[in-house]
Write a protein that binds this ligand. Structure first.
Ligand code: ATP
Ligand code: ZN
Length: 210
């Protein structure tokens, strides 16, 4: 019999809620932090624990049939996958922020300015749409300290409460995208009976929460 694979984040902001959702679907598995793969004892499913950045490609390539990941990561990796269900957690927005003492008050003023981000693809598309030419500086983390270090004039980063921006002397300036965790599947996976069964279980868990 066929066994499905679902990829979820190994550790980080989406791990706990992803595990909780699957458990609430009645799936029985050990949440081993040390292993990459966990079999489900009462459904033909295996859970793969991965870095979130790797999930879209694993699903696109069919190594995993399904995945739970932030919409931001899907858009940034530009993969071809099916969006199956919004999951209502991991909500955040990708925002451009500038130092509090900055004189930038309109998007136009970002022309020719350096913006540090870990989301160059999404930011690039956004700026292009707005007709703005900035110098996008791709860095892999701690984006919020880059203006203070003189490495950029602005940043584009994920924000949920805004606390991190504030404590780094930054103020949000423009909304680039809003995001939440979603269930994705390899193209065509939505026609699979086991996938349909799992989506139905997830939807009834989400409905019970409303
Ligand atoms: P990994 O080790 O798996 O690569 P990570 O450090 O890239 O993890 P996390 O910080 O755990 O990622 O964030 C995972 C996802 O949680 C983000 O891609 C985003 O969709 C969501 N998220 C929700 N709120 C926030 C926030 N305030 N900052 C960053 N991500 C957030
Ligand atoms: Zn990541």
């Amino acid at each position: 019999m066929k066994t499905l694979k679902i990829a979820i984040q190994k550790s980080g902001r989406l791990n706990e809620k992803s595990v909780e959702l699957l458990k609430n679907c009645g799936l029985n598995f050990e949440n081993y932090k040390s292993s990459l793969i966990s079999p489900v004892s009462n459904f033909p499913l295996e859970i793969l624990f991965l870095r979130d950045d790797d999930i879209p490609e694993y699903v696109q390539d069919g190594i995993a049939d399904l995945g739970i990941v932030g919409e931001n990561v899907i858009q940034e990796t530009e993969v071809e996958v099916s969006y199956l269900q919004k999951l209502g957690f991991g909500k955040c927005s990708l925002k451009i922020a500038v130092p509090n003492n900055n004189t930038i008050t309109s998007l136009d003023q970002l022309n020719g300015k350096a913006i540090a981000t870990t989301y160059p693809v999404i930011l690039g598309k956004y700026l292009k749409e707005k007709g703005i030419q900035s110098d996008i500086r791709t860095i892999s983390g701690s984006v919020e300290i880059s203006p203070g270090l003189g490495l950029s004039d602005a940043i584009c980063d994920l924000v949920s409460t805004g606390g991190t921006l504030k404590s780094n002397g930054l103020a949000p300036f423009a909304d680039v995208m809003s995001s939440e965790a979603v269930l994705i599947g390899s193209k065509g996976s939505e026609n699979d009976d086991l996938v349909k069964e799992l989506i139905q279980r997830i939807q009834s868990v989400l409905r019970a929460k409303e």
